[in-house]
Design a protein around this ligand. Structure first.
Ligand code: C2E
Ligand code: CA
Ligand code: CA
Length: 521
């Protein structure tokens, strides 16, 4: 029961923490989403800058040919050097050189050539702050549509280099594809790329300020998924930190308001109540079993933790010292029940569990006397159940002996609870005046099993009880087989689920009323 409670508590808080972690993860990813526009703009601009740099590098590497030494001499005198240059270039396939009058006189493929630079290109070169432009046309030499990078120097001439368009497209692709961004690359408003296959719902246009090309980025679902996946570490970080803070905070709160703390308030907040488990006795074969008394069993229902089992909170109360107040609360409730239902409880008793921590205190008699001050005769209907399994000092044992003697004289019956499971055994029962031995449920569990050690043990307990002249109650009887075995052993007094489970006060009253009605009938 205790393990089950702790496990349930752990599972409940585990589910809550996991839910919080997932919520934080989703929320942080949702917060990140608006930043995606910054991300794709940066990427698009980055790819454009990469292209600009590559084009500038080509320009720089050809700049040595922009010299009157070449533009004013014959093609044959430098064609070899010029071809060598193109050969060493990564993305340039061929190149041509024009003189001060915009007249092409030398090309790396054909050597001597003679044609003029287009006027429209000259116009663009003049408009460019760096005397550089691009063109996308079908060249006379290859017959293929190609990109031309053209740059010139006033008073000297210029160079035109041919670049296959796919090279430029691939450059942008290497930058944008890893992010699932599709794009359109245009040179002088003419498209180099083809077919944007997925249907994107967002686009971003970037025009280079240095060259006449533009990139339009298209962002579809796959881009956003990719973006979120790339930044999942961020989500995990935020969720991880938030969850750790939550767990830390909860832990702190829990240790402040730990079980002990909650229990100390439980009494004032009326979260504690008592269930009563009827105890039955068979006085004669014909009349069968009759309720002769009941055991008061404390219950705690915490608003947050739910029903906390006594196996958990009683040891806690014993450690914190709160057990005294709890015991006096149970005693007051028992007295109240006896008083308000005098007739019903005429020959019935209520047993109350008294922890050794309580019975070994010197003020125990005083406190109980204060409760029963005006109703001393009800002490005859009270049974104290004490266990034998807490070790005590000699001095404490002396106090217990005195207290039990005093109560015995006042009419209180004393029962040894869970008999057979404690340490002190026979020694303990010989020292004190007991009226009842309650045999623990562990002995009953396998009692119907022929090979069980329980029967000889119970038989020897019966012998002890006969010699001490005490009564026997067997706890934990759950079925008819156990009951009949006990019956054959001559045990008449039973407490167990077979007859009754612990029930609320009003149910106990109904049980007694019914029994009374049957008896009168
Ligand atoms: P206990 O004094 O041995 O009480 C009997 C326990 O056995 C109760 O458990 C009862 O519900 C359970 N029981 C009775 N018949 C059967 C049965 O047929 N089968 C099974 N499986 N169990 C049965 P509960 O109520 O959980 O109490 C557990 C323990 O908590 C008690 O054991 C007692 O030691 C302690 N306790 C409960 N109330 C108080 C109290 O007011 N003061 C003190 N000091 N201890 C208390
Ligand atoms: Ca008990
Ligand atoms: Ca018991």
């Amino acid at each position: 029961m205790k393990k089950h409670f702790i496990l349930k508590f752990k599972i409940d808080s585990g589910i809550k923490v996991s839910f919080f972690f997932i919520s934080c993860l989703v929320l942080s990813m949702a917060i990140l989403l608006p930043f995606s526009s910054l991300h794709y703009k940066n990427l698009t601009q980055g790819s454009a800058h990469y292209l600009e740099t590559e084009l500038s590098n080509i320009k720089t590497s050809f700049t040595p040919f922009l010299d009157t030494k070449f533009t004013q001499s014959s093609c044959a005198s430098f064609i070899r050097e010029f071809r060598q240059k193109v050969f060493n270039e990564k993305i340039v396939k061929e190149s041509g050189i024009f003189n001060q009058q915009d007249h092409f006189f030398c090309s790396t493929t054909q050597g001597d050539v003679s044609f003029n630079l287009f006027k429209s290109i000259r116009k663009r070169l003049n408009e460019s702050p760096v005397n550089t432009t691009l063109s996308y046309t079908k060249t006379a030499i290859t017959g293929e549509k190609s990109v031309l990078l053209i740059f010139s120097k006033p008073e000297i001439g210029g160079i035109s280099s041919l670049i296959p368009p796919q090279y430029l497209v691939d450059m942008v692709k290497t930058e944008l594809s890893p992010y699932d961004i599709s794009f359109k690359l245009e040179v002088i408003n003419r498209e180099l790329t083809q077919n944007i296959d997925d249907r994107p719902f967002e686009k971003y246009y970037y025009q280079s300020s240095r060259y006449p090309f533009s990139i339009t980025a298209y962002l579809g679902l796959s881009y956003y998924l990719n973006f979120l996946l790339n930044y999942l570490w961020f989500g995990f970080l935020v969720a991880g930190v938030s969850t750790s803070l939550l767990v830390f905070y909860k832990h702190k709160k829990l240790s402040q308001s730990s079980l002990g703390f909650s229990l100390s308030n439980a009494l004032d907040k009326h979260q504690l109540y008592i269930n009563y488990q009827p105890i039955v006795e068979k006085s004669d074969e014909q009349l069968g079993y009759k309720v002769v008394g009941c055991e008061s069993l404390l219950r705690w229902k915490d608003p947050q933790l739910g029903n906390v089992p006594p196996d958990v909170f009683i040891p806690l109360a014993e450690r914190s010292g709160l057990i005294q107040d709890l015991t006096y609360f149970v005693l007051k409730e028992a007295l109240e029940l006896l008083k308000t239902h005098k007739r019903l409880f005429q020959s019935q008793y209520i047993s109350v569990n008294i922890s050794r921590k309580v019975i070994c205190r010197r003020d125990f008699i005083e406190r109980v006397n204060a409760i029963f001050k005006k109703d001393r005769h009800f002490l005859n209907q009270i049974v104290f159940e004490i266990t034998e399994n807490t070790e005590c000092s000699e001095a404490e044992l002396e106090v217990i002996k005195e207290n039990l003697k005093t109560f015995s004289d006042l009419g209180v019956k004393v029962a040894i609870d869970d008999f057979g499971t404690g340490y002190s055994g026979l020694d303990f029962i010989r020292k004190f005046p007991f009226h009842v031995l309650k045999i623990d449920k562990v002995f009953v569990k396998n009692i119907s099993d022929e090979s069980s050690y329980a029967i000889p043990l119970i038989e020897s307990i019966i012998q002890i009880s006969n010699s001490l002249k005490t009564k026997i109650i067997v706890e934990g009887v759950e079925n008819t087989a156990q009951l009949s075995t006990l019956n054959n052993l001559g045990i008449n007094c039973i407490q167990g689920f077979h007859f009754y489970k612990p029930v609320p006060k009003k149910d106990l009253i109904n049980i007694l009323r019914r029994q009374r009605a049957i008896n009168h009938f």
